[in-house]
Design a protein around this ligand. Structure first.
Ligand SMILES: N[C@@H](CCC(=O)N[C@@H](CS)C(=O)NCC(=O)O)C(=O)O
Length: 218
């Protein structure tokens, strides 16, 4: 049987992406929690580099959240999560890549350099530029409410878990989501209403408990 199994970790934003795609596409799947702090013996045999999410489809193994989500999109035509037009698909993929190549590193730099106030000034300036770049890019794409327009896509899924955690970056490392980013604000207001988000998100206390550990680590 070609059943779908998602190996996940509850707090993992990348695994959340995959779970959101599975829910949006209304696919049946088995959710298997892997305790990354007490790894089961079978995990090393299954996962080539030990990271969640990992999708098992029949005997096939796929990992890397963005690639799993594209695999689901390629394999299951129901409830499409990429635009039909090839130029719009390319644009969607550009933003999917942008999230991991620019947005997340800009956030993570604030965590890494938390003990270096001078570097944090530069990091906050850089994060602001990233936000303004995303805002301008979204406006060029159209009115929304979602990233690519009227329809929810893999781009929304790519960013959503990090938008959810952003309040923690703000509380702990003074990250700022610029007020003038009105298209982005409206985007997240809509994303947080999606069932796939509501079923996979956690409240700020849940995330703060985990991020405080990073904050306290030397
Ligand atoms: N680029 C990967 C990142 C996945 C990732 O970093 N997952 C973390 C949990 S949030 C993990 O499994 N860490 C365990 C490890 O690195 O050994 C993706 O998008 O799937």
């Amino acid at each position: 049987m070609n059943e779908l199994k998602l190996y996940s970790y509850e707090a993992c934003p990348y695994a959340q992406r995959t779970q959101m795609a599975l829910l949006e596409k209304q696919l049946d799947y088995e959710l298997i929690e892997v305790d990354l702090y007490d790894r089961p013996s079978w995990w090393a045999d299954l996962s080539p580099y030990g990271k969640v999410p990992l999708l098992k489809h029949g005997e096939g193994i796929v990992y890397e959240s963005a690639i799993i989500n594209e695999y689901l999109e390629d394999t299951f035509g129901n409830h499409p999560l990429l635009p039909a037009d090839s130029l719009r698909r390319a644009q969607a993929r550009i933003w999917i890549a942008y999230c991991d190549a620019y947005f997340m590193p800009a956030c993570h730099k604030l965590i890494e350099d938390r003990r270096d106030p001078n570097q944090q000034i530069e990091n906050r300036r850089n994060l602001r530029e990233v936000f303004l770049f995303m805002e301008a890019g979204m406006r060029q794409l159209g009115d929304g409410p979602y990233w690519m327009g009227a329809r929810f896509t893999l781009v929304d899924i790519q960013f959503a878990p990090f938008a959810e955690r952003f309040a923690c970056y703000a509380a702990l490392w003074q990250a700022e989501w610029p007020e003038e980013c009105s298209r982005l604000n409206a985007w997240f207001d809509h994303v947080r209403q999606r069932d796939s988000f509501r079923q996979t998100c956690h409240d700020q206390d849940f995330h703060m408990q985990r991020y405080r550990k990073y904050d306290q680590a030397s």
